[in-house]
Design a protein around this ligand. Structure first.
Ligand SMILES: Nc1ncnc2c1ncn2[C@@H]1O[C@H](COP(=O)(O)OP(=O)(O)OP(=O)(O)O)[C@@H](O)[C@H]1O
Length: 255
């Protein structure tokens, strides 16, 4: 278990300074949630943590370090709103795609180890979809597809999970159910979650930050009380939701 630290990070696309001088710590085993208006730089910040920014046409400042002294590269799983499932591959093949690419068993018709297959089936069981192992993604609902994406994230078994609005396209009830499932199954992982939904951030976040302004800055963390996922009848949660919605609405109106 290790914390991830962002030290004075900044990023500019040409003349557009998206954010600068940001300090942020992702605490080991906790959920850090990030809210902010459209275009403020949330995805860019997440991509920077993941090492996914192409440094040829942008300026990157600062450092991302882990407090165990090891690099973060290779210890991250990613989950986004677009489930990125390959349409022509079965659910099982989608879940094991990373393993197939790493072991060069993607193009050849060679088989994965029985251990890897058992583990993939187990992940599907955990998300309640084992009976869908052989179907194609087009035959699944949006919520089921995101459960497959969650199973793929679990299969990768990385200590750090970066999530970019993973539940954003789902209806309210499916979203609540998936929040609970992700919270349960990702227990012990260090999670950074980007969301537009204050309630989602407050249900799941040990620390909730608001990214705002141009260049963007982070507000102080809100640390809602109680264990995650927090219950909807938590009165403090509802008060904090009102505060955050008000902040976000004000931000939109001045942008
Ligand atoms: N590859 C790129 N080249 C140039 N500008 C970019 C690039 N990617 C993003 N931007 C710009 O950087 C800013 C931040 O974009 P980003 O996608 O990080 O915002 P966001 O907060 O995630 O937005 P949303 O909530 O709408 O997804 C925006 O002004 C966007 O237009």
């Amino acid at each position: 278990m290790f914390d991830v630290h962002l030290h004075k990070v900044g990023l500019a696309y040409g003349d557009l300074q998206v954010f600068q001088q940001l300090d942020l710590s992702l605490k080991a085993g906790q959920w850090t949630c990030l809210l902010g208006g459209s275009g403020v730089g949330k995805t860019t910040l997440l991509r920077m943590v993941a090492g996914l920014v192409d440094q040829s046409d942008i300026r990157v400042e600062g450092r991302v370090t882990c407090d165990d002294g090891q690099p973060l590269a290779g210890r991250i799983a990613w989950m986004s709103q677009q489930d990125s499932l390959l349409p022509w591959a079965t659910v099982l093949d989608n879940i094991t795609i990373g393993e197939r690419l790493r072991t060069r068993k993607f193009l050849r018709r060679s088989r994965l180890s029985s251990e890897a297959l058992d583990r993939a089936h187990h992940m599907l069981e955990l998300v309640g979809l084992d009976e869908k192992a052989r179907v194609l993604p087009q035959n699944l609902s949006g919520g089921q597809r995101q459960r497959v994406a969650l199973a793929r994230t679990l299969f990768e078994d990385r200590p750090v999970v970066l999530m970019d609005e993973p539940f954003g396209a789902l209806d309210a009830i499916t979203r609540l159910n998936l929040q609970d499932m992700a919270c349960d199954l990702l227990a012990g992982k260090t999670v950074m979650l980007i969301t537009h939904d204050p309630l989602e951030a407050l249900r799941l976040g040990h620390a909730v930050y608001h990214l705002r302004g141009h260049p963007a800055q982070l507000t102080d963390a809100i640390t809602p009380p109680g264990k995650i996922p927090r219950s909807l009848d938590n009165a403090e949660l509802m008060t904090l939701q009102g505060v955050l919605l008000d902040r976000l609405r004000h931000e939109e109106s001045v942008a």
